[in-house]
Ligand binder design. Structure first.
Ligand code: CMP
Length: 140
């Protein structure tokens, strides 16, 4: 398995719950190297661009309202098999189905306010990393 990069967001609900430290600790304990990290707020328009693949979903408007409702933390992570391993550590999108010990089991409120985002494939990881980070910020 080759080294892989993935992208994650600690969402506004988890930031409001003071879960940033706990979630970053989970990344480090599980062997992810933090390549880059920033705390910021995004606009509704930026959230719409980021989640463009979901534009036709019924939850698109409410998802983009939520993601622009407060500070988020964006991170670039690196590890062998990072994309699949991060998704395992996050748990199911719907926290009702998330396994014990996962980030969403611990911090998500419901399927929408689900604490964390993680890239689901290599092409989305590339898009999402470049959406939030310039090349020079990842040259670590
Ligand atoms: P995320 O992994 O960031 O990718 C898309 C997001 O849309 C997802 O997490 C949830 O926050 C949200 N989402 C997915 N399915 C639903 C749904 N059925 N109802 C509301 N929000 C959803």
């Amino acid at each position: 398995m080759t080294l892989q990069r993935t992208f994650t967001i600690i969402k506004p609900d988890a930031v409001k719950k003071h879960a940033i430290g706990d979630i970053i600790e989970q990344f480090e304990k599980n062997g992810f190297r933090i390549l880059a990290m920033k705390m910021l707020e995004i606009s509704k328009h930026q959230a719409e661009q980021f989640y463009a693949v979901h534009v036709n979903r019924p939850f698109f408007s409410s998802l983009t309202d939520f993601m622009s409702s407060g500070p988020i933390v964006a991170l670039a992570l690196e590890k062998e098999n990072a994309i699949a391993d991060l998704r395992k550590l996050m748990g199911a999108t719907n926290p009702a189905q998330a396994e014990e010990g996962t980030i969403r089991k611990k911090w998500a409120t419901n399927i929408e306010y689900n604490a964390i985002h993680g890239s689901d494939a290599e092409d989305t990881a590339r898009f999402e990393l470049s959406f939030f980070f310039a090349g020079y910020e990842l040259a670590i």
